[in-house]
Design a binder for this molecule. Structure first.
Ligand code: GDP
Ligand code: MG
Length: 599
């Protein structure tokens, strides 16, 4: 690994600057030697860009009304996010850095994202209110998937993206599930709690789930302004005790005690003293110094591996070029035709692998069909249970249909959100497993091509390490939330009244069953469609990655030799100067590779 300076002032950019300069050095060295090497150079530059654009996705989690949005406003230094007593809809808001204030609303299905360029803070707040609050957008009738805000806040400049999440345990039960489904997107999370009321069972349960999915967590005890110094200490001890005993959290280094409200006031008054007293300056420092640094290290490690692999590819290519330059043309032609024969065989193997992948995709989709069928049965059973267990209204001597309808509307989002989470996990596992097998096979073929080139042309062979990595696409929102939240109005037939009691009840049950069957059908279909798209996309991306890798490997081997051969035919004779130049670059790249290997 590249040595990292460990001074406390190390921030994101300085931590990665060594790797960045190494990447650009390598990219410069391989540029202009051959078209294929230019491609490697541009890939290295892309890695450099990724390293520079590093962003930590940090979600703010907690029960509604704990002060999540107020805390973010305080950290951002302006009253942008709507706060208050009304819970928000299940719409996460991403806050990233931008020189100009901008809000972009993304919709689940219909329509392109809507962009608002607004300098005024109040107008921005009212746009947010319109799209993400329960008042402005009841039950998310606008179909918003998420919101993205760009702000010139200094803290966001440090490579942070904040995510304000809907509160858990609010009256809208599906919010909790929606937040859980979304957790794998978070690199880190701030878990917010306050002393009024103390941490609840719902929060403890939620926290246990969060721990499984978010690698880095830290805790904030908010609304400290309500308490005396003595009570604050007591609340802190109680909270720590709950975290250890109830939530099983042992590796908890810091719990910050803050008053988000005072923090926000401090920011608007530009009062440094109050800002410090609010406890938020510590949170801010912690964020900048520690979390950003951890994320940088993770990204750095991943990019180091990729850089090393590109260097290995470039070296193979350069050694081939060098070897080809000193060989007589006839010998070169002869070896090239031997190599081409070996390639034809390997390409054939690749074609049959393609068929196997297609077969697996087909099997996975038919399994999805079966999964949907079972879900329909389960959903019907669950919703019918609600109807069958409902009490009969003694006045009407039948069911109160309006009550039944709202009971169903209440039950549907939570149940389907949960199933969406379960299905996502099931298919993610299966896709990873199935494609993992193909990935291994394809990786073997690619390695054999390079091995063959090495043995035919007698150059040192180096395995490419982990370059052939495949990540299953993890879209932020697998599942659309198009649950019918209100059932269609449904006229109670006057005729019912003339029937005897038992028949009246049956007629209502029949009508409700029909409703349930429609609801189940459309909701399961939504879920199935979302899964279908993700599976399909994963397979498509897999094939695309594979083809790219294959063509790169071919260019890097066959292409390199052909290029030299053509040049030799054109110019005649080996270019001494060119060989010397290649030797120099090879040595330099070998040194860089050693540096990356830590030897
Ligand atoms: N006293 C006090 N009230 C706070 C504090 N932080 C937030 N609040 C209030 O708590 C309510 C809910 O805050 P909000 O940020 O909307 O909570 P969220 O639902 O978690 O995003 C609002 O009325 C805030 O003014 C705090 O530190 N002290
Ligand atoms: Mg909020």
């Amino acid at each position: 690994m590249v040595k990292i300076k460990s001074t406390s002032s190390s921030t994101f950019s300085s931590v990665n600057s060594d790797l960045l300069s190494l990447i650009s050095k390598t990219s410069e060295k391989v540029q202009s030697l051959a078209p294929e090497l230019n491609e490697i150079a541009s890939k290295l530059m892309d890695l450099g860009d990724r390293l520079q654009a590093d962003c930590l996705h940090l979600a703010i989690l907690g029960q509604f009304k704990r002060g999540k949005s107020t805390l973010l406003n305080a950290l951002l230094g302006e009253d942008i996010l709507p706060t208050g007593v009304i819970p928000l809809t299940a719409i996460p808001t991403f806050l990233k850095h931008g020189n100009e204030r901008q809000a972009v609303v993304y919709f689940r299905e219909k329509g392109a994202p809507q962009t608002f360029n607004v300098a005024d803070q109040k107008i921005l707040n009212s746009i947010l209110t319109k799209y993400i609050t329960e008042t402005g957008n009841p039950r998310n009738y606008l179909g918003v998937s998420h919101m993205e805000l760009s702000l010139p806040a200094p803290i966001l400049k440090q490579g942070l993206v904040f995510i304000d999440t809907p509160g858990i345990g609010s009256t809208f039960r599906h919010n909790t599930e929606a937040t859980l489904n979304f957790l794998p997107q978070c690199d880190a999370a701030m878990f917010l709690i306050s002393a009024d009321p103390p941490i609840s069972e719902v929060e403890i349960e939620f926290l246990k789930e969060v721990r499984k999915k978010v690698p880095k967590l830290f805790f904030i005890l908010n609304k400290m302004d309500y308490l005396t110094a003595e009570d604050q200490e007591e609340a802190l001890q109680f909270f720590k005790c709950m975290l250890v005993e109830q939530a099983g959290i042992t590796t908890m280094d810091t719990v910050f005690c803050v008053s988000a409200k005072n923090g926000l006031t401090a920011r608007s008054l530009r009062n440094e003293q109050l800002w410090k007293a609010s406890g938020l300056s510590k949170v801010e420092n912690h964020l900048v110094e520690f979390l950003a640094r951890e994320k940088s290290l993770a990204l750095q490690k991943a990019l180091e591996i990729k850089t090393r692999d590109l260097i290995v590819t470039a070296l193979t290519h350069l050694r081939l070029m060098r070897r080809s330059l000193e060989m007589p043309v006839e010998e070169l032609e002869n070896l090239l035709s031997q190599f081409e024969q070996a390639l034809d065989e390997l390409k054939l193997q690749r074609h049959s692998a393609e068929d196997l992948v297609k077969g697996d995709l087909k099997r996975m989709l038919s399994f999805l069909g079966e999964h949907a069928r079972l879900l329909r049965v389960e959903a019907t059973h669950y919703l019918e249970g609600i109807i069958w267990n409902a009490p009969v209204d003694p006045e009407r001597e039948s069911f109160n249909e309006a009550d039944l309808r709202s009971a169903l509307a209440e039950a549907i989002p939570g149940w389907f959100e949960h199933q969406a989470g379960v299905s996502t996990e099931l298919f993610r596992k299966q896709v990873t497993e199935v494609l993992g097998i193909h990935q291994k096979r394809a990786g073997d073929i690619l390695e054999r091509i390079r091995e063959k080139a090495s043995s035919i042309f007698n150059i040192p062979y180096q395995p490419e390490g982990k370059s052939f990595s495949f990540e299953v696409v993890r879209k932020p929102y697998w599942i659309t939330h198009q649950w019918a939240s209100t059932l269609y109005p449904f006229s109670t037939s006057l005729k019912d009244k003339v029937f005897p009691r038992a028949m009246r009840i049956r007629r209502v049950r029949d009508r409700m069953s029909e409703q349930i069957s429609n609801l189940v059908l459309s909701n399961v279909e939504n879920l199935r469609w979302a899964c279908f798209q993700s599976i399909n996309e994963s397979f498509l991306r897999f094939e695309k990655t594979l083809d790219e890798q294959l063509s790169e490997t071919l260019k890097g081997t066959q292409g390199a030799i052909q290029a030299v051969l053509e040049e030799r035919k054109r110019r005649g004779g080996a270019a001494e100067e060119k060989i010397a130049n290649l030797d120099r670059v090879i040595l330099e790249l070998e040194d860089i590779q050693k540096e990356l290997d830590g030897s």
